[in-house]
Design a protein around this ligand. Structure first.
Ligand code: BT5
Length: 281
């Protein structure tokens, strides 16, 4: 009893020694920094990458925290999570890809996280374009995580660095979930039991590393990602990122760069690079 309690406790601790001892990856997370609290892992890793040209930071550098006071979503929206309940992390990649290919990292993260959650909990995780991790609870879609990428381009418009941010609501109790447009939930609520964060983290890193290595060899993660998207074939309303134009139609699929293809009522197909999707019923 006491021993299993200690093992459970250890599995929930994400500091340097615990994670480094458990890592099974070749290079992701081998440079690992744990922060008890931080502003935002994406912002801090970005700052570190830009300091001294960031050359000191290798591919796969991982920042992870138990609390963010300024956690970010896209368009500077907030990402909120009570202390010690989530996986909140950022990973550095230096892919030398054209800028449109940055979305491959969103796909890789979505697939890796979804597969890892199923491996440790049997929950079926789906993806909502462009960056949401979703679970169906009592027949209704809930957001249990999100992905944020920050990129830095070189003089030729290629990606010098990409910071891949991932937030997952692991053990947030129902009464501590943030109130959001897309209802939020957590693995704890969906599985009705706490999920150990350390094995989940290790599995995510393993899967992301494997998908990334395949992508670097030229195999696109887009077909597998497309299959997990809950938007395909559904009527949607999309509000595009910057100009806030609203498009209503049926999602036909995504292109190789992960842009959403929506056929409107006039039968025109719109290719949407960034935006927010509302599923219509
Ligand atoms: C995202 O943005 O979903 C990307 C979230 C990425 C967070 C990670 S945590 C580690 C790393 N460091 C950071 O600072 N960020 C990354 P977006 O699609 O724009 O969704 C943001 C919206 O989700 C907010 O406006 C809220 O409505 C909602 N939201 C905030 N916190 C949430 C949570 N814990 N669970 C579900 N929804 C949430």
């Amino acid at each position: 009893m006491l021993i299993s309690l200690i093992i459970d406790l250890m599995n929930n601790i994400l500091h340097e020694t615990a994670v480094c001892d458990a890592l099974t990856t070749k290079w992701i997370g081998r440079r690992y920094h744990y922060f008890d609290a931080i502003g935002s892992t994406n912002s801090e890793l970005k700052k570190a990458v830009f300091a001294n040209n960031g050359d000191h930071l290798p591919d796969g550098t991982l920042y992870l925290t138990d609390f963010q006071s300024a956690g970010r979503g896209r368009l500077d929206r907030k990402w909120e999570a009570p202390k010690g309940t989530s996986i909140l992390m950022s990973i550095l990649f230096r892919p030398d890809w054209p800028v449109q290919q940055a979305n491959w990292l969103t796909m890789i993260a979505g697939l890796g996280v979804a597969e890892a959650i199923t491996a440790v909990s049997s929950l079926d995780v789906y993806l909502k374009w462009p960056n949401d991790l979703m679970l169906s609870i009592s027949g209704k879609w809930h957001k249990i995580g999100g992905i944020l990428i920050d990129g830095d381009l070189d003089e030729n418009g290629r990606l010098r660095a990409v910071i891949l941010g991932i937030g997952i609501n692991v053990n947030i109790p129902a009464d501590k979930l943030p109130v959001a447009n897309t209802p939020a939930s957590s693995l704890l609520v969906a599985a009705d039991k706490p999920i150990l964060r350390l094995p989940l983290l290790i599995s995510i890193l393993e899967k992301i590393e494997a998908y990334y290595e395949t992508a670097v060899q030229g195999k696109s993660p887009q077909p597998a990602w497309n299959q997990r998207l809950i938007n395909i074939g559904k009527p949607v309303q999309v509000s595009t990122g910057t100009d806030k134009i609203s498009i209503t139609g049926i999602v036909e699929g995504t292109d190789i760069w992960g842009q959403l293809l929506v056929r409107d009522e006039q039968n025109r197909v719109h290719t949407i690079a960034a935006g927010d999707v509302t599923l219509r019923t």
